[in-house]
Every structure is written in C-alpha cells, then in structure tokens.
Design a protein around this ligand. Structure first.
Ligand SMILES: [Zn+2]
Length: 288
C-alpha cells in the first residue's frame, strides 16, 4: 500500500473513539520494527522522524525512501503515514516537497500570531499536495526543564484560533511531558482536554509524550478526543534494555553473536512487541 495522509485515518479514529500510534523511528531496523508491529496488529500507523533523527539517518529523502521501500518489500497492507515530528517551518516545507504524507509545523516557540501565520501557510502548501498538518499551541513540558510535577496547559482560546487555520490535528499541552514522567507528576488535565475539545469542532487531538502515561489516563484521553498518541522514549528504553541483557549475558561472545544482525535483534523485537502492545492500548488493533 502507498503512503497515505494522516487526515483520514485520524478522522476515523476520532469518530471511532480510538487513537493511532505515532512511533518515532531512528534507522532502518527501527522502521521495520514499527511496520512489523502495525502489520501484525492490523492497525493504521504513523511513522515519524524528528528533525534530529532525520539528520542522523542521512536526511529526509533517505527517511522517505526507507519507509516507502520497506512498505513494498515487506508487503505492508495497513495504512502508513510518514510524518515530520516537531518540524521548523523550512523543514515542514522540505518534507512536503520530498513526499512525507504528514507534517507537524511546531511554531510553539514563536509569538502566537507568527505561529498562526506560518501555520496557515504550511496548511495551504501541504493541502495542495494532499499532506496532513499538525500544529502545536503552547508548549509541551520536557525533562530538560528539570523536575516538574506538571506539564503546561494550553489556552483553549489559542487552540480554537489554531484549529480554525484549517490544520488537520492539534497538539496542545494537557499536563503531558516529553521523556520520562517524574515521580511527582500530577497527571493529565482532563478539564483542559475537555475545554479544548469543546472549541475545536471534533478535530483530532494529539497527545505528545505518550511514554509512561498510565493506561486508564490514556483511555480517558481517547474518549475525550485524543486520536494520535506519540510514543518515542518507551521504544528507546525497551530497545536499550533488551540490548543490554544480550550483552550482559555474554551472548555477543558466543559463536557469531557479535554479528550486528544477531546483536541488535532482541532490541528490535522488543520495539515490535511494544508497538503491538501500545496499539492494543490505543484501541486501533484491527482498524486498518
Ligand atoms: Zn512531541
């Protein structure tokens, strides 16, 4: 199946009260692991690259080619969208040109008026190419901010203004945080999420920082309008932990255990398993 825009899959998710998993990739095998997991779960999926990961992989064109070619060679039949995660304006335009089927323009660090203006421009260019657009209002807390008990809460009025630019889905802080959640995290603000959903006309909402939010909070967020959930840190953690186990057990020292195809296999299998498990959590199993 060809790459698809995420507009339709998230609209269906919003209507059907489930969420599509958006998993960040870092390399060839990571991409295979995500595709394998989604295909096994018969679920629509979003594969996303941050600007940094795309640079690491050799550029947006390489990311695009890898995803597109693997869909063919692996015989993937579930809908897959290739998405730019937290993109600057120029990067969003570049990805549209290359063939990404979805982009996030993150202007949350800009003055709000400028964020809106640039969002409108990205929407016009993306929609002309059949590409879906995610934008962000406010900002989402992260571990770089130190130990914080709560993430930022977006202003519903700003969410409405951003939604009205014609974007396809909206990321807004509801107490979620990138990276690992601190011990004293106060949880998602469902009050904020409801207030945002009330003014955004059924637009799919995006939950960033999906790693480590308890299942009950994830499901409640979905019931209130969250239709895309980003998972990154957790995939990295299970990959690292499985790889550490392999080496600590001395398996790289047995026979040809040092072969990267063997050494990296447990890590990538762990990513595949986590992808399947999160898809199950999000309710998108068999929604392809
Ligand atoms: Zn994010």
């Amino acid at each position: 199946m060809a790459l698809v825009s995420a507009a339709e899959m998230l609209k269906k998710a919003r209507e059907g009260q489930y969420a599509v998993g958006a998993f960040n990739t870092n390399n060839l095998e990571w991409t295979q692991a995500i595709l394998r997991g989604a295909q096994a779960a018969n679920a629509p999926v979003m594969i996303q690259t941050s600007m940094g990961a795309a640079k690491y992989m050799g550029g947006y064109q390489v990311c695009y080619d890898i995803v597109k070619d693997l869909i063919d060679s692996m015989g993937i039949t579930v809908p897959v969208a290739l998405h730019l995660d937290h993109g600057e304006y120029e990067d969003a335009l570049k990805c549209i040109e290359i063939g990404y089927t979805s982009v996030m323009f993150d202007g949350s660090h800009l003055p709000f008026d400028e964020n809106l203006e640039k969002a409108k421009d990205v929407v016009a260019k993306a929609h002309a190419a059949g590409v879906s657009v995610e934008c962000e209002v406010g900002s989402i807390g992260g571990e770089e901010d130190g130990i914080i008990g709560s993430g930022e809460l977006a202003d519903p009025a700003e969410c409405k203004a951003m939604s009205d630019t014609g974007i396809d889905f909206l990321a807004a802080g509801i107490g979620n945080i990138h990276g690992s959640y601190p011990e004293n995290w106060t949880g998602l603000s469902f009050e904020t999420l409801e207030a945002i959903a009330d003014v955004t006309d059924g637009k799919p909402l995006v939950l960033h920082g999906g790693s480590g939010i308890p299942l009950d909070q994830v499901q409640k967020a979905i019931s209130l309008g969250v239709s895309k959930i980003n998972v990154n840190t957790e995939c990295q953690e299970v990959f690292a932990s499985a790889t550490r186990k392999y080496i600590e057990e001395g398996k790289d020292l047995e026979g040809k255990g040092f072969d990267p195809r063997k050494l990296l296999a447990p890590g990538f299998d762990a990513v595949t398993e986590l992808v399947k498990e999160r898809i199950e959590w999000f309710g998108s199993t068999n929604k392809a």
